[in-house]
Design a protein around this ligand. Structure first.
Ligand code: ATP
Length: 232
């Protein structure tokens, strides 16, 4: 579904991504793991059309997309659930979800809102409350729900468990697995390499702006180099 080839992205003179390549197969969860500053967030933001690469290419369903603006990438079916959630905290649950569906013209927005409430019942119970009143885990649920509202084919998550308790992290990762099982393809960046690679159909290690290792998630988990670098 997604192919990233020899990607390079710079902030001024700093080349944050130097040679990143990976593929995401339809119906699977692919995960990028790596230390802080490895270039994972930069890679996701480039796929979303928020940054431009100066080398390499990104193809979505065979079509080059690395020159397209962010709203076109979203309309093609790629949604991004960003690091730090970026909710509108003064707005209600319902209003945040409506914003996630702002490009939709198909009259099924209410149906998808109900799908979010089925996945996360607490959001349905508190749909008229402001997002800023929610706990970190509940806000992450809302951020996931908002990105579901675009009805994406490919959903990208940047650090979805950051700052959450182990129990809440498991709930969030469980919801992501359920989305995959219901047919949404997933690309995830996660610092918790153990949890991420356990879940991922395919994993990629990004180190200093380059893809250095790849394989099925559970195979990478068993790799001594991954164990030494990321699992202690
Ligand atoms: P983290 O897990 O800490 O978010 P990451 O793997 O997602 O790490 P990036 O956020 O993509 O890494 O950062 C890659 C490199 O680019 C880092 O050296 C970072 O300092 C640098 N960088 C990121 N954003 C900017 C920016 N807006 N301007 C300049 N340099 C940046």
């Amino acid at each position: 579904m997604l192919e990233v080839n020899a990607l390079a992205v710079a902030y001024g003179a700093i080349e944050a991504v130097q040679d990143v390549g990976f593929t995401v197969e339809e119906g699977q969860i692919a995960c990028l793991v790596g230390t802080n500053g490895a270039g994972k967030t930069t890679t996701l933001r480039t796929i979303s059309g928020l940054l431009r690469p100066h080398r390499g290419e990104i193809r979505f369903r065979g079509r080059p997309i690395h020159h397209l603006p962010a709203h076109t990438v979203l309309a093609l079916g790629i949604a991004h659930c960003p690091e730090g959630r970026r909710l509108f905290t003064g707005m209600t649950v319902e209003e945040n979800l409506m914003l996630g569906g702002h490009l939709r013209r198909d009259g099924e927005v209410t149906k998808d809102m109900n799908r979010v409430y089925e996945l996360f019942p607490v959001l349905g119970e508190r749909r008229t409350q402001r997002a800023g009143l929610f706990s970190g885990g509940e806000q992450q649920m809302l951020a996931i729900g908002r990105s579901m509202m675009a009805r994406p084919k490919l959903l990208m998550f940047d650090e979805p468990t950051m700052g959450l308790s182990p129990i809440m992290s498991q709930r969030i990762l469980g919801a992501i697995a359920l989305l995959r099982d219901q047919g949404t393809t997933i690309l995830m960046v996660e610092q918790n390499a153990l949890a991420a690679l356990t879940l991922a159909d395919r994993g990629y290690v990004i180190d200093l702006g380059r893809t250095t290792l790849s394989g099925p998630g559970r195979e990478l988990l068993a790799d001594p180099r991954v164990r030494a670098a990321y699992l202690g």
